[in-house]
Design a binder for this molecule. Sequence first.
Ligand SMILES: Nc1ncnc2c1ncn2[C@@H]1O[C@H](COP(=O)(O)OP(=O)(O)OP(=O)(O)O)[C@@H](O)[C@H]1O
Ligand SMILES: [Mg+2]
Length: 448
Amino acid sequence: MNPTETLTELISVRGVSKSFATEGGEKNVLDDVSFSIREGEIVALLGRSGSGKSTLLRCVAGLIAPSEGEVAYRGKRLNGANPGTALVFQSFALLPWLTVIENVELGLEAKGVKTAERRERALRAIDIIGLDGFESAYPKELSGGMRQRVGFARAIVVEPDVLLMDEPFSALDVLTSENLRSELVRMWADGSMPTRTALIVTHNIEEAIQLADRVLVLDSNPGRIKAELSVPMPKPRDRRSPEFEALVDEVYGILTGQKAEPRRETLAATAGDAAAASGLDVPLPTASTGALGGLVGLLAARGGTEGLAEIADDLRYEIDDLLPVVDAALLLKLARPHGPDLRITEQGRRYAAADPLRAKEQFATLAVEAAPLVRRIVRELRHSDSGAIRADDVLAELKAFYGDDDAEQQLDTAIDWGRYGELFEFDADSDRLLLPTHPDAAAGVPSA
Ligand SMILES: Nc1ncnc2c1ncn2[C@@H]1O[C@H](COP(=O)(O)OP(=O)(O)OP(=O)(O)O)[C@@H](O)[C@H]1O
Ligand SMILES: [Mg+2]
């Protein structure tokens, strides 16, 4: 049905890797990413927060250069900005002192288009994108959705071969984003959109499957293409259809599978390094213990097995919020993957059925067994004479493996887990991690 092989390859990404210099050394964000975008295709790039989606998009736009590999436009290797693309960002930087039409014309001005033609083309773009009547309004007079339309108009007015979009709907409320998304689908379907080829970055699975002909799933740490799926259903697509739901489940499964196992390769790569040996480079899923309890409880209540899409729907969780919780459940072996579903383990059943005190004890045992960062902190505390260590020291070590924000998230999560399991406490005033004041609380825990 889709003879993509015969269509022109507009964008080719070949063996792209990208690393950034950080405090803790080189951070490898993208690793050997290759894909192409052919004329008329809409490709979605899906991945968790921090997986490198925006970085990859910026490489495609030619805003940053890959550390290795290359990006080509119509077979020609980029050297600077990609002449065939225009970008729509999450929230558009509109100039507040310019009207809607003046903001839209900006892109053309940069290309040296003459005034009269500029006006005409801008009016057409405004028409297409549903902004007519707002030409002379200032950005502050517009709602978020309308402002984002100006962003779209500014991108399509230059009639790029490929529209690049970085989470273009994520700053909008649900109804507005739904509205804008379905209009986009309609414009693509009826041919009113001048640009028929697009790469859209999203972390919303349903959005990807609603819009795209092909979905690329990006793994994290470092970002690699983990899977590629084509979406064969005709558009507009019915989200409630079994094919749609099956694809959503499949993608959920792929995204969840990625962190089920600690990354042994990373460990091996830095073997010999003292910090790596103690597992600081095995990330703790950034899930709160409360959410973890909620997830295991929900599984137990549902007879033990449930689809991730249903769980997310039920809890009104976004994928970015749910996946770490699922990861934590997998890490602690409270649940395991069962096809695209999540199934509670025997251990998980016991945890769900236990009274709060027993549940805490069980959690503490599992966390020390399975979560290297938690084990590491407990071990250090037990070996320290004062029964206390500086949180800042732990943070500094974590920064060797993670960016500043991620390192802090790791520590915050470890503290939440430690507190809940009564493994250790944290005193914010003195910035110290301490053994619990009731030493007996952790008595049931195997020595770390
Ligand atoms: N200029 C930079 N210097 C150092 N690190 C960077 C830089 N740009 C991005 N990173 C890091 O690269 C990783 C990937 O970032 P990126 O913004 O591409 O992810 P993303 O998938 O778009 O995430 P999100 O869904 O949150 O937008 C992050 O850990 C980020 O901290
Ligand atoms: Mg991003």
